[in-house]
Design a protein around this ligand. Structure first.
Ligand code: ZN
Length: 489
């Protein structure tokens, strides 16, 4: 038995103008063969669990490619074609395939990236048994469903069961290969885009859907997944989808999936967050707190496709009269070049941020004009010390520290989410000496930065990583959909 295992994962923020290139799918592009196997064999990824089962089966296993990239804009056509060519070619010489895919990939020309990939593989090898481990944020399509054998998704968010889901996909595929499972899959769409924070699986309302899926499997359904969807990928498949795989009995799958879909729909108001707080009110709350206070500008974090050049939170802080603000890194290569040309010690007046056009935002990002002194010019290189992303190399390119009175800014050529206070300390800036720290992050800053702060305020600024779906200009999602069409969905 020859099994090909592989990974091609991207959660695409289709509103993001940040490009997703071939070289972004790994340290220097994707990993191949033995390198891919070594990197992921014993890892926290689904590929690790898929390989557990393939090796348990005594199969001859090859891993032609492993490619993963943080969320960003649509995958460039060239990268998509090259990756899918490698997997299609590998499919020719095997008896079965095991894939670690996300399910919310948008490629240039192919809004349903994984569906197109699987369609091509099956076109090259009709009927090839394929087991896929899928992220629960998948925008699940019929094309995906119709071109693979089994497709379990994660049960947890935050995702702590990736290897386990890989093993589940592997075991289901083994059942297919050994004739115990005749998989018949049915998907029930729920016409809503739930708020991502309401999809945390250890609390209501999402915990109720997970419990229902667990109960269906305990009652004998081979596989039942609730895909919450990824609302920042604007495609016609974007929504919550309940997917059931039965053993030969399509009607049983349909009934079980629809029952959970109906439950989800009845809970739709619970899948909405409270109205988002205007920035002026967030600044009012921050002003009343003891410092240091973290102002988390989550809508602009690059781990969700953010451009990291929104100045809205800094502008709101200055407007409120806040003092002692440390902010950045703000990604603005043009401002970096201007300040380097001026030199250390120079007084400059310039526009910072708001330079990348983002047509999808109803309220555009705008630059902030600041006057200040260029304090430091340096390369922004360091290695994350943890406690999360430990050992990850960071390269922000050339950076400039601008002292603009009430605010001190780090302006960079590159982007990184706020993972480590080193992003300030390497420039001689000690974050605990400031009263306010503006970070571009939703959750990943917490382990390293919360111990430094006394207060924390989530700030709903504009940006492509926003949780406020009503601020985005949706063009492709099937309408009506909740909450965009609240009244008639
Ligand atoms: Zn996910």
């Amino acid at each position: 038995m020859k099994i090909v295992a592989g990974m091609f994962k991207h959660e695409t923020n289709s509103f993001s103008p940040v490009p997703t290139r071939w070289k972004d799918f790994g340290p220097d592009g994707p990993l191949y063969g033995a390198d891919a196997y070594r990197a992921f064999r014993h890892s926290g990824y689904s590929l690790s669990g898929l390989l557990d089962i393939a090796e348990e089966m005594g199969a001859e296993v090859t891993v032609p490619i492993a490619a993963r990239c943080l969320p960003s804009g649509p995958v460039e056509r060239d990268a998509f074609e090259r990756l899918s060519d490698i997997l299609c070619e590998a499919a020719l010489g095997c008896d079965a395939m095991m894939l670690d895919l996300h399910g919310a990939m948008v490629a240039e020309g192919f809004p349903d990236g994984e569906g197109e990939l699987l369609r091509r593989i099956r076109a090259a090898r009709p009927g090839l048994p394929i087991g896929v481990s899928v992220d629960s944020h998948a925008n699940f399509s019929d094309q995906f469903m119709n071109n693979c054998s089994v497709m379990p998704g994660y049960r947890t968010y935050p995702h702590t069961d990736m290897p386990e889901t890989g093993r589940k996909a592997g075991r289901l595929l083994r059942d297919v290969l050994e004739g115990r499972l005749n998989p018949v899959t049915v998907a029930a769409r729920v016409p809503m885009m739930p708020d991502m924070v309401k999809c945390l699986t250890d609390r209501e309302p999402m915990s109720r859907l997970i419990a229902a899926a667990d109960a269906a499997e305990a009652a004998g359904m081979p596989c039942m997944t609730v895909f919450t969807g990824f609302p920042l990928a604007d495609t016609e498949d974007t929504c919550m989808t309940v997917v059931a795989t039965a053993n030969g009995d399509a009607e049983a799958a349909r009934a079980a999936a629809q029952a959970i879909a109906d439950l989800a729909w009845s809970l739709r108001e619970d899948f909405r967050s409270a109205p988002f707080e205007p920035l002026a009110e967030s600044m009012e709350r921050a002003a009343a707190m003891e410092g240091p206070v973290i102002l988390a500008d989550f809508s602009d974090n690059c781990h969700s496709g953010g451009t990291m050049d929104s100045m809205a939170v800094v502008a709101a802080a200055l407007e409120r009269g806040l003092d002692g603000i440390l902010a950045g890194p703000i990604c603005d290569p043009q401002a970096v070049a201007e300040m380097i040309a001026a030199g250390v010690g120079a007084t400059v007046t310039l526009d910072i941020g708001g330079k990348m056009p983002i047509p999808a935002l109803k309220e555009p990002l705008v630059p902030l004009r600041l006057t200040g002194t260029v304090r430091t010019i340096a390369l922004g290189r360091f290695t994350v010390e943890g406690p999360i992303f430990t050992g990850m190399p960071v390269d922000l390119g050339r950076c400039v520290v601008l002292d603009a009175g009430r605010v001190t800014l780090v302006v960079s050529e590159g982007r990184v989410e706020a993972l480590d206070p080193l992003q300030y300390r390497i420039f001689g800036l000690e974050p605990t000496r400031y009263r306010y720290i503006v970070l571009k992050s939703k959750t990943n800053h917490r382990p390293a930065f919360l111990p430094l702060a006394r207060g924390h305020v989530d700030c709903t600024g504009p940006g492509v990583a926003t949780l406020d779906l009503l601020s985005l200009d949706y063009r492709h999602v099937r309408r009506p959909i909740f909450p965009l069409d609240r009244s008639n969905a």
